[in-house]
Write a protein that binds this ligand. Structure first.
Ligand SMILES: NC(=O)c1ccc[n+]([C@@H]2O[C@H](COP(=O)([O-])OP(=O)(O)OC[C@H]3O[C@@H](n4cnc5c(N)ncnc54)[C@H](OP(=O)(O)O)[C@@H]3O)[C@@H](O)[C@H]2O)c1
Length: 264
């Protein structure tokens, strides 16, 4: 993996191999420096797209990924207090709790072994028996964090009751979870380094509300060429976000790992 922007850091500076078996402490330290969260609430999204803009292959994003993207994915999770994700992505990607052994524990000093996943859902149409909800008994000896559900008053009462058995439930809107309210609820729980892993609909709402501070976008060296629709963010009928500034570009095996921050 090499850094190709900013040039002041040394264009093409080799950081080290992204292959998980060969990751060095130096590479990890450099990634932790590049992706360090500021000391205030900061909303970062991490997404991947093919060169021709597809966000999924056969309905899932995993087919676009590679070693460097997986490494950065794990580093970003390791640096985060909470992972926010929409229910569509939870269903499509079969989300589970963040696994401590898949994170870089040296980046989590002073914090629990894994951040919780906070899933945003209007109607709570989720499989509460799925491993995203673990045993339902709170943080376990394995260091799994209890999942958070951010939902609305549209969620049926019996689903809310069942969800409360296995998750921390926050009702954060009448018919829609308002992104500002959701963020305030997470901040009041002590979560300030926030990682949004999509999907496009949820991320689009953060963008439209001007709440996204940073987008980490991996460009995968794939021409999907098929019928995939959708984009990294979608927010129909909402005011689009304005400018972003390129902050970092890393390259590995044809993958570009970009980092854009909100302009100004
Ligand atoms: N390339 C990438 O990096 C990447 C990343 C993530 C996902 N994806 C792909 O994106 C696709 C899924 O896209 P998507 O746009 O449907 O995903 P999404 O944003 O994860 O999920 C949409 C769902 O989230 C809930 N939701 C969103 N905003 C809400 C709000 N304000 N209030 C309450 N609930 C809200 C609703 O859930 P309910 O229906 O439960 O009410 C809604 O149907 C999958 O194919 C996945 O593989 C790609």
């Amino acid at each position: 993996m090499r850094q190709i922007f900013p040039e002041s850091a040394g264009a093409g500076a080799l950081l080290g191999p992204a292959d998980p078996a060969s990751v060095t402490e130096n590479l990890l330290a450099e990634l932790a420096r590049i992706y360090a969260y500021p000391a205030r609430r900061w909303v970062r999204a991490n997404m991947i797209a093919s060169v021709d803009g597809a966000i999924a292959l056969n309905g899932r994003s995993g087919g676009l990924s590679g070693a460097a993207d997986r490494l950065v994915f794990a580093v970003l999770r390791s640096l985060a207090d909470v992972i926010v994700v929409g229910a569509g992505t939870v269903r499509a990607e079969r989300y589970r709790q963040a696994q401590p052994e898949e994170l870089w524990q040296q980046l989590r000093a002073g914090r629990p072994p894994a951040p919780p996943v906070a899933v945003v859902t209007r109607r709570l149409d989720l499989d509460l028996g799925h491993r995203l909800f673990g045993s339902g008994s709170g943080p376990t000896s394995a260091g799994l964090a209890r999942t958070i559900v951010l939902t609305t008053e549209l969620a049926p009462g019996h689903r809310l009751d069942a969800a409360r058995q296995v998750a921390d439930v926050i009702v954060a809107g009448a018919d829609s979870v308002q992104a500002p309210g959701a963020l305030d609820a997470l901040t009041s729980c002590g979560y300030r380094s926030i990682l949004v892993e999509g999907g496009p609909m949820l991320l689009g709402e953060f963008v439209a509300d001007g709440l996204l501070d940073e987008l980490c976008l991996t460009i995968s060296p794939v021409l999907e060429g098929g019928s995939a629709t959708g984009r990294v963010t979608t927010s129909p009928g909402r005011t689009p976000f304005s400018g972003v500034r390129l902050a970092t570009v890393l390259e590995d095996d044809g993958f570009l790992l970009t980092r854009y921050v909100r302009a100004g």
